[in-house]
Ligand binder design. Structure first.
Ligand code: FPP
Length: 251
């Protein structure tokens, strides 16, 4: 029996459906500048950023991209003014409760990468509830990196592995790249094929340091709240022009 591929909704004709990234990661930068350019408070940029994220999540789902990971709050973002940090924590919580029904309808499976235990209690409850409610969904795998730092993630993986070796649960000879990956926050998703950063900064900013080893990097001057389907389409076109060799040579 031949299995017909699922129809993809509105995939632009110039994109090759067989060469789409399977996992896209985004650094959603430029919310503050977007707001400043309009004479608005920075918080409005973050609100608009949520709309952009929802649109890109829906677009990934429509176009058959199986996983999206978004950098919502880094371990360094605590250095922002208290008022902005408080606003972001409340926004995350509010969005999670507000969007849960929609995620269930759209079959989204949500996951979180980062030190969740240090977040406000009420946000931790929203996180736990959304993970539990969506855990059996079979649609797009959506990871939110929150209180996330790539170095911190690697250190915590090393600490867990070291403890397991100490307790005799793990043999040091078993430690290889595949095993190490399983101790990262992203344990249940493949590595990103494409990393997108908006607002023109040429930095990784401690995001998915291990997982992006072979990701294609796409940087655009577009500010995150303006990053829409058309902008995402351009990113995918650029991705499809890349020659991914993974350290090998062209065949
Ligand atoms: C960076 O822009 C953006 C953030 C630190 C926050 C991003 C968060 C969201 C878009 C909300 C996502 C919500 C959920 C529930 C996943 P910036 O403030 O650094 O912008 P700037 O560089 O222009 O100042």
């Amino acid at each position: 029996m031949t299995v017909q591929p699922l129809p993809l909704r509105d995939l632009p004709a110039d994109l090759d459906r067989d060469r789409l990234p399977q996992h896209v990661a985004v650094v959603m930068d430029g919310n503050g500048r977007w707001a400043k350019n309009r004479g608005l408070p920075r918080t409005m940029g973050h609100r608009q950023g949520v709309s952009a994220l929802k649109e890109i999540l829906r677009c990934c789902d429509d176009w058959g991209i199986g996983a999206l990971t978004a950098y919502a709050f880094s371990t360094e973002n605590w250095r922002r003014p208290h008022s902005e940090v408080d606003f972001l924590m409340t926004l995350f919580e509010h969005v999670l409760w507000q969007e849960l029904q929609e995620m269930m309808r759209e079959n989204v499976r949500i996951w979180f990468a980062g030190d969740v235990a240090s977040l406000p209690q009420s946000l931790q409850r929203a996180i736990a509830q959304s993970v539990e409610a969506t855990q059996h969904n079979q649609g797009i795998h959506f990871t939110v990196a929150i209180n996330y730092g790539g170095r911190q993630e690697i250190v915590q993986a090393c600490r867990t592995i070291a403890n397991q070796v100490k307790e005799g649960i793990l043999d040091p000879n078993e430690i290889d790249e595949a095993l190490f990956s399983r101790y990262l926050y992203t344990t249940n998703v493949r590595d990103p094929d494409l990393l997108i950063r908006t607002s023109g900064e040429m930095r990784i900013s401690n995001f998915l340091l291990w997982q992006t080893a072979y990701a294609e990097i796409y940087i655009t001057d577009t500010l995150w709240p303006d990053f829409d389907r058309a902008a995402f389409h351009q990113a995918l076109l650029a991705y499809q022009k890349r020659d991914r060799r993974f350290g090998g040579i062209k065949s």
